[in-house]
Design a protein around this ligand. Sequence first.
Ligand SMILES: *Cc1c(COP(=O)(O)O)cnc(C)c1O
Length: 416
Amino acid sequence: MLLSLPAPPVIAEPSGSNPKRFDQVGWHRERTLLVPIRRGAFLRFRKGRGRCPLERIHNFNPGPAALPLEVLRQAQRQLIDYRHGGMSIMEMSHRSSDVERLFEETGQLLLKLLGLDASYTVLTMGGGASMQFAMLPLNAKESGKAGGYVVSGSFSEKAYQEARFVGDATVLASSKNANWRTLPAVDDLPLDPAMAYVHMTTNNTIEGSQFRHFPDTGAVPLIGDMTSDMLSRVIDYRRFAMCYASAQKNLGPAGVTVAVVRKDLLDVFAKVRQLPSILRYSTYAQHKSMYNTPPVHAVYMMKLVLEWTERQGGIAAIEQENRRKAELIYGVIDQSDGFYDGLIAKSDRSMMNMTWRMADEAMEKRFVLESEANGFDGLAGHRSVGGIRASAYNAVPYTACKALAEFMLDFRQRNG
Ligand SMILES: *Cc1c(COP(=O)(O)O)cnc(C)c1O
């Protein structure tokens, strides 16, 4: 099968003293030439695709995650000269009109995509979703009221623990005893009208579950950590008084976090006094998210992703595509006679993060290794859960999911 090829590349181990030669160059499925560059990593050359058609990998990473190729190319073109200003956006003052406009337009576009009007404000900040876990109870604390938490996975539990650290917090519903394999019921939460807010995680990134409906919390503000599913599906975002997301799943690269806050809630937060300025939501609102130096480049990338989302036809079109992608993978799982064993109850499965187990850890390990040799990345489950997780965020194309479904069928045939 091997053609006459140059010798395999000889490269040094990263730590290494002696140059080492790994395995051999070989064909995968007679279609793709694999050239090992280090253990577990190959260059791929497709047959009949002309010279050096080095491909991008099928990226199923949970976050930071895939970005649309179109967006990366756009950023590449503008990298050293943003809007003919003779410098990169990364080199610009955040007090310049270009950057001010960038922030303004980014916020407007996000509201538009989410179907929200001017009764909401978009705040951008650093610190990730994890900082929101702390900031939210800190800003609510002086009201003297407790935050209520729906605990459905490890991120929502982290949010709850941070709130407990700050002050008063209660669990309204939890599926911890079910090992997060199902979602807790949210129809009959023991709500107290005097609660500061109800917090929930709309998509549980690590476990792979996703809420399809949301509690009616009446006058109590509902707050959603939507880090791993904002923009991925049509929901009535107006049901949330605030939703937040760090960017590295669906919105862009890591470095920026958005909090979309209804203005009446912002008014409540504005009364807080016992809190350093940098931790107050009202500071970000007053200074248009530029109280101090903001993550300008991350916001710029997010804007490109938002524009891309709009070009795809907005959230509705994206959701349809996400549904097709998830059906492919879950289809393979459900027709595998238990070879692939879905972690989450069917009715609660996530379209973003699909999780399953296999016969044993050795098999799972082999699945991951072989997937890497076949051009996939990021499929190992979270270290706290194990198993396999395929994260198919908005920017992961249908073709990548198709390739994964085919690989799963093939793997099962060889190992089932
Ligand atoms: C990734 C993630 C987080 C943590 O985000 P950081 O930006 O790393 O702090 C929190 N919640 C959810 C739902 C996530 O997916």
